[in-house]
Design a protein around this ligand. Structure first.
Ligand code: UD1
Ligand code: CA
Length: 460
């Protein structure tokens, strides 16, 4: 089987987006449009991706990093010209080139795999993925002869009245054998209504030469839709979201209210997990089985084990082990690591801290830059004083320590194993293992003070 390389056209500005961001970098389903296209190409078996960039080239390069190679098309002279820019990279290549557009985020690998399969089955020089659009306006029309063979593609602006009646359109997605493609491309001209070098002209040329050119209608034309405006971007978002929720439900996840549940394409959720209403699962988030997430939770780029309950929680870039319970009204900030059995109660913020097995932070606390052992109990209102105005310092709380309510732990500081801290303390020094740290003024009581006060008031 010959190699497959994807060539993604993404040099255009996307004027109708009215954006400083290149069109293909607009995000949908939690990742950029062009990233969706690369995922589909990889799923279909492409083992090398080349992206043609132009408008916002540096941004696209930066966003995709080593997921692709890049060729720059400094002037957008047409789709044929765009493909031609990659010619050097294909000097010795004899395999198949999958030509794609960077603005079709709904495209899935299986649709491309069907195209590749058809291309191979016919031993074709070129195979076009087509669609029967309810409204073909604006698209190139696929013109077949009486035997149904493809003879050419005409752009709307160059089409005759009769050709415009054809409802089978070019989706802009193709399989080409590399050598015939570049041989034909070197002969295309810009003598057409738009003065552009059309990639579509290659189809007519190859057909004229008697090479095998085929057109395969897409199983699902919706997947081939290009996004040109913010309205279409929102429509794509709705489609991707619905697709993802169905995938999760079919895999055994309960989604109580799909209308208020937002899950990005790459999120993984285990079976028997329940997603309650108003839940957002974003980015590279993974959730195990038997969890209860939400209501009203936003979880981004976070790894979560099994049997976890997150209730009114915002967590980002965290790692949460099995059997952890969090919420309500909790903010888990980046680099928070919760070991199994941890309990975090209401109105708690945790940042850049590890919390050991079965430790509890039940109410009203800020834990930042802290290494906490297992079996620790943090009293209500405990604050780690991690910032001195210049630098952040760490707090260490060892296994089974007990921190009384309303304590300040002024970092850097350590509370040893099984040590206690008295409620209301401001701890600035090491509390050794097993000790009781008390750091507050002693209480003194003034006897009969209330009566004396009343008497003074009468005398005045
Ligand atoms: C193209 C097809 C048309 C098809 C339609 C499907 C041609 C001549 N026409 O038309 O038959 O129905 O797609 O959507 O190919 N691009 C570049 N450099 C350029 C020009 C375009 O990289 O110089 C990129 C664009 O960024 C875009 C893609 O190629 O991702 C398609 O270009 P676009 O101008 O939208 O082509 P259409 O006129 O829609
Ligand atoms: Ca287009």
């Amino acid at each position: 089987m010959s190699d497959i390389v994807s060539l993604v056209l993404a040099a255009g500005k996307g004027t109708r987006m009215k954006s400083a961001l290149p069109k293909v970098l607009h995000s949908v389903g939690g990742k950029s449009m062009v990233q969706h296209v690369l995922t589909a190409a990889a799923t279909a078996g492409a083992n090398r991706n080349i992206v043609v960039i132009g408008f916002g080239a540096d941004d696209v390069r930066k966003a995709l990093g080593d997921q692709a190679e890049f060729v720059v098309q400094s002037e957008q002279l047409g789709t044929g010209h765009a493909v031609l820019q990659a010619k050097e990279l294909f000097q010795d290549f004899t395999g198949t080139i999958l030509v794609l557009c960077g603005d079709t985020p709904l495209l899935q690998g299986a649709e491309l795999a069907r195209l590749i399969e058809a291309h191979r089955a016919k031993d074709a020089a070129a195979t076009v993925l087509t669609a029967h659009m309810p409204d073909p306006a604006g698209y190139g029309r696929v013109i077949r002869n009486d035997q149904g063979q493809v003879i050419k593609i005409v752009e709307q602006k160059d089409a005759t009245v009769a050709e415009r009646q054809v409802s089978e359109v070019n989706t802009g997605i193709y399989c080409f054998e590399c050598q015939p493609l570049f041989a034909a491309l070197s002969n295309i001209t810009c003598a057409n209504a738009q003065g552009e070098y059309y990639l579509t002209d290659v189809i007519g040329m190859l057909a004229d030469q008697g090479q095998a050119v085929w057109a395969v209608p897409a199983a699902d034309y919706q997947q081939t839709l290009g996004i040109n405006s913010r309205v279409q971007l929102a429509e794509a978002e709705t489609i991707l979201r619905r697709r993802k929720l169905i995938e999760l439900m079919e895999a055994g996840v309960t989604v109580m209210d799909p209308a208020s549940t937002f899950v990005d394409s790459d999120v993984i959720v285990g079976s028997d997990t329940v997603l309650y209403p108003f839940t957002w699962l974003e980015g590279a988030t993974t959730i195990g089985s038997n969890c209860r997430i939400g209501p009203n939770s936003r979880i981004a780029n976070t790894q979560i084990g099994d049997d976890v309950t997150l209730h009114f929680v915002y967590a980002h870039e965290c790692n949460i082990s099995d059997k952890v319970t969090v919420g309500p009204y909790v903010h888990l900030r980046p680099q928070t690591v919760l070991a199994s059995g941890v309990k975090i109660g209401n109105f708690v913020e945790v940042k850049n801290s590890s919390v050991g097995e079965n430790s509890k932070i039940p109410h009203l606390s800020y834990i930042g830059d802290t290494d906490m052992g297992s079996g620790v109990n943090i009293g209500s209102g405990t604050i780690t004083v991690n910032y001195d105005g210049k630098s952040k310092h760490r707090t260490i709380i060892e296994d089974n320590a007990f921190i009384g309510c309303n304590t300040n732990l002024v970092a850097p500081v350590t509370v040893g194993r099984e040590a206690y801290v008295a409620a209301g303390s401001t701890i600035t020094k090491h509390v050794p293992a097993g000790a009781l740290g008390v750091a507050r003024a002693r209480q003194s009581n003034m006897a009969d003070w209330a009566a004396k006060r009343a008497q003074r008031a009468q005398e005045d």
